[in-house]
Design a protein around this ligand. Structure first.
Ligand code: C2E
Ligand code: CA
Ligand code: CA
Ligand code: CA
Length: 279
């Protein structure tokens, strides 16, 4: 009986392992998904706290899987990075963003910039500069309309070559932002050496800003130092009016967050911009 049980257990196990895991399912579907138009780019506007106008938008990738529904980039980006598909997917995002910028120009929106999240793997890819230049040229937009967001993790290994690569990218005229500042090993001291235009404060930085005085002091100092170094500061994940008011008092340049607008599909984003444009 013992032997039989063991065998049937094995049988059960082997038939189980033939079912692909959710991760395998996503991994296999990804190339088809891109061809079938399951990926879309959403946009979340950046609100200037000085002028109260939209000064840019962040492109955020979305995947609507036919069976599994909406899948978060937090789940599929790491898979795409592991398989290398992120290169193709990332190129598609850049291409799509350039097309949208061109469309919005034709719709009469002010020429604000769009931020694209760059994965470390994409950043280290040789053809990236050429690819971006081509997309910009093909759509007749200027390079400064593209802002590339990188996280601090790109400095973890070989900070020297990272800075070199960033300089090369900057030389074609794009803007660069340091994303998620305040998570990871944020250090203010290296800010002076890296060619970024903008610091994006992570939402964890300001989550308790309305109630914790020390948090206010930290944010105030970071903004001050960033400004001294000639960087603009955008805070992300701003959810309340109170947080927004405090950030304005602390001279934060712009915010992104649900308090103003969530990420929207391109069409809805365009409508939102038209509504909020001063007439
Ligand atoms: P991220 O770059 O830090 O993007 C900010 C995230 O905060 C977005 O999540 C956005 O939807 C969310 N968010 C915006 N406002 C608020 C708010 O008021 N409160 C809260 N709690 N969250 C807010 P999302 O869209 O799920 O993206 C998650 C991450 O996936 C991004 O984090 C980014 O690292 C990555 N990602 C998204 N699109 C791309 C892409 O095209 N390429 C690459 N490489 N990564 C991407
Ligand atoms: Ca980002
Ligand atoms: Ca971020
Ligand atoms: Ca983040």
């Amino acid at each position: 009986i013992a032997k039989k049980q063991r065998n049937s257990y094995r049988l059960f196990e082997s038939s189980m392992s033939q079912l692909p895991s959710r991760e395998q399912q996503l991994e296999r579907r990804m190339p088809v998904a891109l061809e079938q138009g399951e990926f879309t780019v959403y946009y979340q506007p950046k609100l200037s706290l000085d002028s109260n106008t939209i000064i840019g938008a962040e492109a955020l990738l979305r995947w609507k899987h036919p069976e599994l529904g909406m899948i978060s980039p937090q789940e599929f980006i790491p898979i795409a990075e592991r398989t290398g598909f992120i290169i193709k997917l990332g190129e598609w995002v850049i291409h799509t963003v350039c097309k949208h910028l061109k469309q919005w120009d034709l719709e009469g929106l002010p020429p604000f910039s769009a931020s694209v999240n760059l994965s470390m793997i994409q950043f280290r890819q040789r053809d990236l500069i050429q690819f971006i230049s081509q997309c910009i040229e093909q759509n007749g937009i200027t390079a400064e309309r593209i802002d590339l967001e990188l996280t601090e993790s790109v400095f973890m290994h070989n900070p020297h070559s990272t800075i070199q690569l960033m300089r090369e990218l900057k030389s074609i005229g794009v803007q660069m932002s340091l994303d998620d500042f305040g998570t990871g090993f944020s250090s203010l001291s290296y800010l002076k050496n890296i060619p970024v235009d903008c610091l994006k404060l992570d939402k964890s930085f300001i989550e308790h800003i309305a109630t914790v005085e020390k948090d206010q002091a930290i944010v105030r100092s970071v903004i001050e130092i960033a400004h001294t170094l000639g960087l603009t500061v955008v805070t992300e994940g701003v959810e309340t009016k109170e947080q927004m008011d405090i950030l304005k008092l602390q001279n934060c340049d712009a915010i992104q967050g649900y308090v103003f607008c969530p990420p929207l599909p391109a069409g809805q984003f365009l409508a939102f911009c038209k509504e909020s444009q001063p007439v």
